[in-house]
Design a protein around this ligand. Structure first.
Ligand SMILES: [Zn+2]
Ligand SMILES: [Zn+2]
Length: 817
């Protein structure tokens, strides 16, 4: 039978059409097979998929298909993180409704998903901008509100004085409004909604231990740092004259005799009272200048308030300063500066000529004299010049000084977390309405559960002005109070979209439930997620918020587990022709253009072949062409050998043995890759070597060997290049989907190399190789090594002290002289 040329278009279009209404990707609700839940992070519907998306989905898809072939009941869903700012910006710029824009983008991306043949159970598709979904955000909010876990407090927002609107951090560009590049953003205090994630701070930290091994270590480190638990002391300095307390938090109370000033955050409530008009303006300018700047980029600045505070441990008066690097949201919003023993304080006090006073010496050394001090000494040591605590080791001093604070009533031992309560209020339109009503008589009244969902109105003007577009919709804003029936106003803030993505993966298990967010029974079956795949940029925020949501849902009785994700994989980035992809550079490799040029199979195979999945890979056109040629080789070999595989016929036994050995070695290798490190790049190069061997031995193979090789090669290719594998599978006479076949087992006997390659060393240095049948005895191996010509000349005239033999692997000859 003549071979056929590889026409990816014809093959992919054919199967794409046939799979359009296929039901074989459906996860089964009641199955006796073991379950496997594989999930890729849901995308934001920006409108197009690019090669970076294709990488994540190709990894997940290969795994899903492999697990099906291993007999698992696989759940592999997909959805859309559909609320968010870009849709609203598009509405302002293009006068298109965010909903139209979003739905059109979803349709386009879904089409690309289908074109690539990803194995999603589309019946479970979830879109977070639909009331069927976001009503449950509101329901969770009410549950948290009932428990005091959702609360209101004043917080700063970015404000553009020209737009008269609140800006998201992403809308602040170089400290200015995204639409008014010459208008600096101001900070304004607004009442905002918060979720009390800090209630779980300890547990979020503790449970990280459960994730060890299943999550990348660097993600766990980032989470530990984000939660940022520190043990220390809260102590009250007192304002000289009035006696007002200034509470500071420090982890180093043992250094408090070295405190030479107290520094307040510019937005500290006391600052407003201490400062005159000019000082208040300076403080406000500091807060505004901090907007949207990385804390690391802030140049430390401050000024003296003209007031002093009294150190509670020694009664000393120290000046009170305002400092732009002190923030209200960490600790108490006030610090004591100990320049001799803290880098940041050293920098600040040196700049402003504030005295430096060393009070800690190294355990085995002396206090650094002031004139020799170039940097702070930040280690623990022995306390000096500190009254009754002088001579104590730092840790001991801290214990005793905490006790003193407690007994005297000016402080206590305390634990602080860096993690803050989660501010979820957004003064935006395209998000979940917060289900609350403000009544002049009753105050804040939650919307009754039976009135959910609070539907986002569609008839809205997008001017980019005003606090939120929702405020201009009277039929939304004006309501009757659910408690007293009087006229009231609906909350117009919407929720942070991270609320949507904090629990979406639970909804996939029961996506059409209209009575509950999901049935706990289906969660009990499908959870934990066996494998979650996504970008490391979500190491904090999403991956902490979703852990928090799980614990909250456990506490309201919805789920049993305390953690949602057993294993997490973070794939590496994709760059293009050596450069980072970006819209502005115009070098984004779009998924559809890849499918047009090379086909979906080539794009998928390339991205998996280009490197280990955790590493960065570089898309290069010429390498993609190499992959395309390889798939062509596979197809041509298959089609020209179909008849031979069917008819059988003799071959050379040695050639058969070589090919079968390679085949079973390849099966073993790919199976191991799937079960351990997912180094699909080596899996695919294994398949390439196998194909090379098939070409080399082709004329000498028996029909049976050709048949076995063809069947197994096709099955191995199934998770990586599903279209081509399916096409060959059909040519081989099968009507079933490849990925519902059993994964081929390898025969260890067949996979065995005939000869072991044995390393021969002299005095531990590699000198030669010999070959011997596997299982050759130690004595036999030793004498063969000593007879090796290279070795004989090397050891001639020397005394053999000892010969170490590791059968099938190594001989080391130790010689003297
Ligand atoms: Zn503006
Ligand atoms: Zn009322």
């Amino acid at each position: 039978m003549p071979e056929k040329p590889y026409d990816h278009n014809q093959i992919e279009l054919k199967w794409h059409a046939r799979w359009q209404d296929a039901t074989f990707y459906k996860a089964e609700e009641n199955s006796t097979r073991p379950k496997y839940y594989v999930l890729e992070m849901l995308p934001y519907p920006s409108g197009t998929l690019h090669i970076g998306h294709i990488r994540v989905y190709s990894i997940g898809d290969a795994l899903a298909r492999y697990k099906w072939m291993r007999g698992f009941n696989v759940l592999h869903p997909m959805g859309w993180d559909a609320f968010g700012l870009p849709a609203e910006n598009a509405a302002i710029v293009n006068q298109r409704h965010p909903r139209d824009w979003t739905l059109q983008n979803i349709a386009a991306m879904k089409k690309t998903h289908r074109r690539f043949g990803f194995s999603y159970d589309w019946d479970r598709e979830v879109s977070t901008c639909e009331p069927e979904y976001y009503r449950w955000n509101q329901w969770f909010f009410l549950k948290m509100f009932e428990r005091g876990m959702a609360y209101r407090k004043e917080a700063l927002v970015n404000w553009c004085p020209k737009c008269c609107t609140v800006l998201a951090n992403e809308q602040v560009v170089n400290g200015c409004c995204w639409r008014h590049e010459d208008t600096p953003v101001e900070q304004r205090a607004l009442e905002q909604w918060f979720l009390r994630i800090t209630q779980y701070a300890d547990e979020l930290l503790r449970d990280i231990a459960r994730l060890e091994g299943g999550w990348p270590e660097r993600v766990l480190t980032m989470q530990r740092n984000w939660i940022g638990r520190s043990e220390g002391t809260e102590a009250d300095f007192r304002l000289a004259g009035t006696g007002d307390p200034i509470r500071v938090f420090t982890t180093r109370v043992d250094t408090i005799f070295g405190a030479t000033c107290v520094i307040l955050a510019p937005e500290h409530p006391l600052a407003a009272r201490l400062l005159d008009g000019e000082g208040q303006a300076r403080a406000k300018a500091m807060v505004d200048a901090r907007a949207a700047k990385d804390p690391g980029d802030i140049v430390k600045e401050g000024f003296y308030t003209g007031h002093c505070a009294i150190n509670p441990y020694n009664g000393e008066n120290v000046p009170v300063w305002i400092g732009n690097f002190v923030v209200m949201t960490y600790g108490t919003g006030a610090i004591m500066a100990v320049p001799a023993h803290d880098e940041r304080d050293f920098e600040f006090c040196t700049k402003y000529g504030i005295p430096i006073r060393p009070v800690i010496r190294p355990a085995d050394g002396k206090l650094t004299p002031l004139e020799e001090m170039r940097t702070a000494f930040t280690e623990d040591g022995v306390v000096e010049n500190s009254g009754e605590w002088s001579g104590l080791p730092s840790a001991e001093a801290r214990r005793r000084m905490n006790a003193k604070a407690e007994s005297e009533g000016f402080g206590r031992a305390a634990v602080t977390f860096r993690i803050k309560d989660w501010g979820i209020s957004r003064q935006r339109y395209w998000g979940t309405p917060i289900p609350v009503i403000h009544c002049p008589a009753c105050g804040v009244v939650p919307v009754p559960e039976s009135d959910l969902p609070v539907v986002l109105p569609l008839n809205v003007q997008f001017t980019g002005k005003g606090r939120s577009p929702l405020e201009e919709v009277p039929e939304f804003v004006n309501v009757n109070c659910p408690m007293c029936g009087g006229a009231a106003r609906r909350e117009t803030d919407t929720m942070d979209t991270f609320v949507d993505s904090s629990w979406y993966f639970y909804r996939y298990c029961d996506p059409h439930n209209s009575r509950m967010p999901f049935d706990p029974a289906s969660i009990a079956y499908w959870f934990e997620i066996d494998q979650y795949i996504g970008g490391v940029e979500h190491a904090i925020l999403h991956l902490i918020y979703s852990r928090f949501f799980t614990k909250m849902m456990r506490d309201i009785g919805l789920v049993r587990d305390s953690e949602p994700v057993r294993r997490l994989f973070t794939q590496g980035m994709v760059i293009a022709e050596g450069a980072k992809m970006s819209k502005s550079k115009g070098n984004v490799v779009g998924a559809d253009s890849l499918a047009d040029r090379y086909g979906a199979d080539t794009a998928r195979l390339f991205i998996l072949f280009a490197g280990p999945p955790e590493k960065e890979v570089d898309w290069r056109d010429e390498r993609a062409e190499g992959i395309y040629r390889f798939l062509g080789r596979v197809y041509r070999f298959a089609t020209r050998n179909l008849e031979r595989a069917r008819a059988g016929g003799p071959g050379e036994p040695a050639a058969d043995r070589r090919v079968l050995r390679k085949l079973h070695q390849t099966i073993r290798k790919i199976t191991e890759d799937f079960e351990s490190r997912w180094h699909f790049n080596t899996s695919i190069s294994g398949i390439m070597e196998l194909v090379n061997d098939l070409y080399a031995e082709e004329p000498r193979l028996s029909g049976d060997t050709v048949a076995e090789a063809l069947v197994k090669l096709t099955l191995l290719l199934g998770p990586f290049a599903p279209y081509l594998a399916q096409e060959i599978w059909e040519e081989l006479g099968h009507a079933t989907p490849v990925f519902r076949e059993r994964w081929p087992a390898f025969d260890a006997e067949l996979a065995k190399e005939d000869l072991a390659e044995i390393v021969v060393q002299v005095n531990g240095k590699l000198r030669s190789h010999i070959h011997a049948a596997f299982g050759t005895s130690g004595d036999e191996t030793k004498s063969r090594a000593l007879e090796d010509p290279k070795i004989r000349s090397l050891i001639a005239g020397k005394q053999i002290v000892k010969v170490i033999v590791v059968p099938d692997k190594l001989v080391n000859i130790v010689v003297k002289g």
